[in-house]
Write a new protein. Structure first.
Length: 749
C-alpha cells in the first residue's frame, strides 16, 4: 500500500462546477476526484462512471451546476490510523483508491495499492509479464539524425521493446561558466564537450520519437531538467526515465512524478537511504514507478554489480516492478538479472564501439543486443512457476526409454497373491514405477503374467477398461505395430488398423506377423520420421543430398505400403501419413521462408512413384518431440498455409487434433476457426487431447480440448474421414489407453 498526502490534484469542493471537476479528473489521470466541503470534510467522490450515471438520470443537465449534484456518497473510506492490512483488503478492480480521513472526517491522504505492475503504452510491466527491454541510444547518435534513424532500425531488428533518448537544456542545466568549460574538473569538462557537440535538437528528437512510433517501437526519453520535461510533456511522451544522477534531485523527481506518467528510475550512485527518500517523493506524488538496479561505472566491474540486491530493491520500492540498467561488458549479467526478478532491462546500444564517447565502450552492438534479447526470452520461458513439479512430455518419453519398471520375475496365475519374490525391476520404463513395489505385494493378480511381463498401474488401481464393440459414425481403428496385429485386430469391430512403422520395422517381413488369409479391414501407414543414422525425414531440406535421401526413404515406405495391400480386403488406395519436414533446431523460421519450403515438398512428392497410395501430410505441433528432445516446427501449422497447399496441389491431410490444438495455443489462434479451414481437406484423423504448447498425446478429457465442438465441426466438414485415438502409450496393458479413449469418444463421434 502507498499513502499519498499530496492530495491537491485529486480534490474539488462541493460548490465547484461539474466542468471544473471533469477537467480535474482528466488532468490528474486518476479517474476520480474527492469532493470536500469548505471545511475539508469529505462529502463524496466523482468518477467518470458516476458522471455518466448522473447524465442518464438527469433530463436537463448543465455542466455549470455544482459538483455536489452528481457525487457518489456511497464510497469506501477509512481513518488515517487504520491498520494497513485492513486498508489493503479494500482494494479491488472497483476500488482503486481509499480516502483516509481524520476524526473530524476531513480528508488528509489517499491510499493506493502497492505498485505491482505498470503500463507503458501497450507494454505491461509486472512479475508475470515478459521483461521490457530498452535499447539506450542516449547520445550514441553522435548528434546525427541519420544515425539516430539507423540506430532505431537496428534496435527494432534486435528485438528491443523501447528506444531511449536523453534531452538536456544546456543553459538551464549547467552552472554559469560551465558551457565555456571554465573552471571545471577534467571529467566534467570532457563530458560537457561531448554533450555540446553531440546533442540533437528538440525538433530532431521529436522526429526520432515519431520514427520510433512508425517502426512500432516505444520511444522513451530522460529529461535532465525542468525545461526538457516541459518540452517532452508538450510532445506527449508516454513515460519517463530518471537518470541515476537525478535520483537525489527531488525537485525534478517530484515534477516528473506529478505528470501522472509512469516513471522508471535508475538507482546508480545512490545510497539505500537516498533510494528510500526518492521512493517517498514518488509516493507523495502518487506516481507509478519502477526502480532499476544500477552501478554507474563505465564499464562496471562484475564484482560491483551485486545482482542479489534486486529483491531488496523491490522491498524498498514497496513491491514495485524492478529492473536492471547495466554498464558492464557483455550481456550475461543482464540476462542473469532477469532470473533474479528484473522485469525491465536497459543496455546501451551502438553501431560502433570505437566512436567517441564513454557510452560506446559499454554499449552492445546490434547483433549482441539481439543475442541478449533471445537469451532473456529463453530465460523467461525457462523460469516457469514454483507450483508442484510435473513431468514434462519430453521427460515422459525419455523415462519410457531410460527408466525402469516392475516386471514379473516368474509366471503368475490370475487370482494368485503377488509376493515380493514374483517381482523384479528391469528396463525400459514402460510399466509400473519401481517406487510402487509395495502396492503390488499382497494383491491378487487380475491377469496371468509370464516372466518378464510388465506390471501396470491398473494392476494396483481400479479394474482396467476392456475392449468391446463400438458404434461410430465414421470409420475407426487403432494404431498398431506388426507384432500387435494378431492380438489386437479382433478385439473390436475396427474398420482399419494404422501401422506406426519404425525404420527397423521396415526391415521385417510382414508375412511373419500377418495372416495370409487377410483381414476384412482397411489400413493406414504412418511413415517413420526417423531413419537409420539419425536421419529425420525432411522433404524440404536445403541440402540436396539430405532431401534426396528423404525422398528415397519415403519411396521405400510407399513400396512397402503397396505390398501390404494384399493382407487387407477393404484397402483400395491406402493412405500414408507423413511428417513432411520443415523443422528447425533453435528457433522458428521467418514467415517469408515457409512458402518456398511448401513448394519443395510439393516438388518432392510429385517426383515420387505414388501409384495406388495417397500421401497425406500430418498437421504439426510447434514443438515436436523427436525422441525426447524438443525442436521447432514451421510447416503444416498455419491453417491458411495448409488449405492453400491442399488447394493448389490437390492434396489432403491427416488432421492431428492434438498437434493442431497446440499450434493454435502457441499462435493464440481460434481452434474452431482452424478446424473450419482445414477439416474440408482432411482424409484421416488422429484424435487425442493436448495441453499448453507442447503437451501432446494426452488421454481424451485430460487436456484443453473441447471435444464436443471438435465433433460438431468434424461431423459437418469431414464426415467420412477415418480416425484413430493416438493416445501416447495407449497400447500398454493390452491397449487399455485406446479403450478408455474410444469409450469417451463414442458419445460424441
Amino acid at each position: 500500500m502507498q499513502i499519498n498526502r499530496n492530495i491537491a490534484r485529486a480534490v474539488v469542493f462541493s460548490d465547484d462546477s461539474l466542468s471544473h471537476a471533469l477537467q480535474k479528473i482528466s488532468d490528474n489521470k486518476m479517474g476520480v476526484v474527492f469532493v470536500l466541503a469548505q471545511n475539508g470534510v469529505l462529502e463524496g467522490i466523482l468518477t467518470d462512471g458516476d458522471f455518466r450515471r448522473w447524465l442518464l438520470d438527469t433530463p436537463q443537465w448543465d455542466l455549470a451546476l455544482p459538483v455536489e449534484k452528481a457525487i457518489n456518497t456511497n464510497f469506501v473510506m477509512r481513518l488515517e490510523d487504520a491498520p494497513p492490512e485492513e486498508i489493503d483488503q479494500l482494494f479491488s478492480e472497483r476500488v482503486r483508491y481509499v480516502p483516509l480521513v481524520d476524526r473530524q472526517q476531513r480528508l488528509v491522504a489517499i491510499a493506493l495499492p502497492a505498485i505491482k505492475e505498470m503500463y507503458i503504452g501497450e507494454f505491461r510491466i509486472a512479475d508475470d509479464a515478459p521483461s521490457f527491454v530498452i535499447a539506450e541510444i542516449g547520445n550514441n547518435h553522435q548528434g546525427s539524425l541519420d544515425m539516430t534513424m539507423r540506430l532505431i532500425d537496428q534496435a527494432v531488428l534486435a528485438g528491443a521493446d523501447c528506444a531511449k533518448f536523453q534531452m538536456r537544456h544546456m543553459e538551464s542545466m549547467y552552472r554559469q561558466g560551465s558551457l565555456k568549460a571554465v573552471g571545471e574538473d577534467l571529467g566534467a569538462e570532457y563530458t560537457l564537450d561531448l554533450l555540446k557537440r553531440f546533442q540533437l535538437s528538440d525538433d530532431d528528437l521529436y522526429k526520432a520519437f515519431d520514427y520510433c512510433k512508425q517502426c512500432k517501437i516505444l520511444p522513451l526519453c530522460t529529461p535532465w531538467d525542468h525545461e526538457s520535461l516541459a518540452a517532452l510533456e508538450q510532445y506527449g511522451m508516454m513515460a519517463y526515465k530518471v537518470a541515476s544522477a537525478d535520483l537525489t534531485n527531488h525537485e525534478l523527481l517530484e515534477s516528473i512524478g506529478k505528470t501522472g506518467k509512469p516513471v522508471i528510475c535508475s538507482t546508480g550512485m545512490s545510497s539505500e537511504t537516498e533510494i528510500k527518500q526518492a521512493v517517498n517523493v514518488l509516493k507523495r506524488c502518487g506516481a507509478t514507478y519502477a526502480l532499476l538496479h544500477c552501478n554507474s561505472t563505465y564499464p562496471a566491474p562484475f564484482k560491483d554489480v551485486q545482482l542479489n540486491y534486486l529483491p531488496r530493491l523491490k522491498s524498498i520500492g514497496h513491491d514495485c516492478p524492478v529492473g536492471y540498467s547495466g554498464h558492464e561488458r557483455g550481456y550475461s549479467v543482464a540476462v542473469a538479472a532477469v532470473a533474479k526478478g528484473a522485469r525491465i532491462v536497459e543496455k546501451h546500444f551502438t553501431l560502433d564501439r570505437s566512436l567517441e564517447g564513454n557510452d560506446h565502450r559499454v554499449s552492445l552492438l546490434p547483433e549482441e543486443f539481439a543475442c541478449m534479447v533471445r537469451a532473456i526470452r529463453e530465460v523467461e520461458e525457462s523460469l516457469g512457476s514454483s507450483d508442484s513439479r510435473r513431468i514434462t512430455q519430453g521427460e515422459m518419453m525419455n523415462r519410457e526409454i531410460l527408466g525402469k519398471s516392475l516386471v514379473a520375475r516368474r509366471a503368475v496365475r490370475e487370482g494368485q497373491n503377488i509376493t515380493d519374490a514374483d517381482i523384479e525391476t528391469r528396463s525400459p520404463g514402460s510399466g509400473l514405477s519401481p517406487c510402487r513395489r509395495m502396492e503390488l505385494i499382497g494383491r491378487q493378480a487380475r491377469r496371468a503374467l509370464q516372466a518378464g511381463d510388465f506390471f501396470y498401474a491398473s494392476d494396483v488401481e481400479d479394474a482396467p477398461v476392456k475392449s468391446r464393440k463400438y458404434q461410430f459414425k465414421r470409420p475407426f481403428g487403432i494404431p498398431v505395430r506388426y507384432h500387435d496385429v494378431k492380438g489386437m485386430f479382433d478385439k473390436s469391430n475396427f474398420d482399419l488398423l494404422e501401422f506406426h512403422l519404425s525404420y527397423r520395422d521396415m526391415e521385417l517381413d510382414p508375412a511373419e506377423f500377418l495372416d495370409e488369409q487377410g483381414y476384412d479391414l482397411d489400413f493406414v501407414v504412418h511413415s517413420p520420421e526417423l531413419f537409420s543414422g539419425d536421419h529425420l525425414l525432411d522433404l524440404c531440406a536445403i541440402d540436396p543430398e539430405y532431401r534426396a535421401r528423404s525422398m528415397k526413404e519415403l519411396q521405400r515406405v510407399i513400396n512397402l505400403t503397396r505390398g501390404l495391400k494384399r493382407y487387407f480386403k477393404r484397402a483400395m488406395r491406402p493412405k500414408i501419413v507423413i511428417n513432411a519436414g520443415g523443422f528447425t533446431l533453435d528457433r522458428f523460421m521467418p514467415v517469408n521462408e515457409r512458402l518456398p519450403k511448401y513448394e519443395l515438398i510439393a516438388v518432392a512428392l510429385s517426383e515420387l512413384d505414388t501409384e495406388g497410395v495417397e500421401i497425406i501430410p500430418q498437421t504439426m505441433p510447434p514443438f515436436p518431440w523427436h525422441f525426447g528432445g524438443q525442436r521447432f516446427h514451421n510447416l503444416f501449422m498455419d491453417p491458411d498455409d495448409i488449405s492453400a497447399f491442399c488447394k493448389e496441389h490437390g492434396m489432403r491431410v491427416c488432421l492431428d487434433i492434438s498437434h493442431s490444438k497446440l499450434a493454435c495455443n502457441h499462435a493464440h489462434r481460434s481452434f474452431k476457426a482452424f478446424l473450419e479451414n482445414v477439416a474440408p481437406y482432411t482424409a484421416h484423423l488422429h484424435i487425442v487431447d493436448a495441453e499448453g504448447e507442447d503437451g501432446e498425446g494426452l488421454q481424451i478429457g485430460e487436456g484443453d480440448i473441447d471435444f464436443s465442438i471438435v465433433a460438431e465441426e468434424l461431423g459437418r466438414l469431414c464426415p467420412n474421414a477415418s480416425f484413430i485415438p493416438e493416445i501416447w502409450q495407449g497400447h500398454k496393458n493390452d491397449g487399455e489407453g485406446f479403450w478408455v479413449a474410444l469409450e469417451r469418444l463414442e458419445k460424441l463421434f
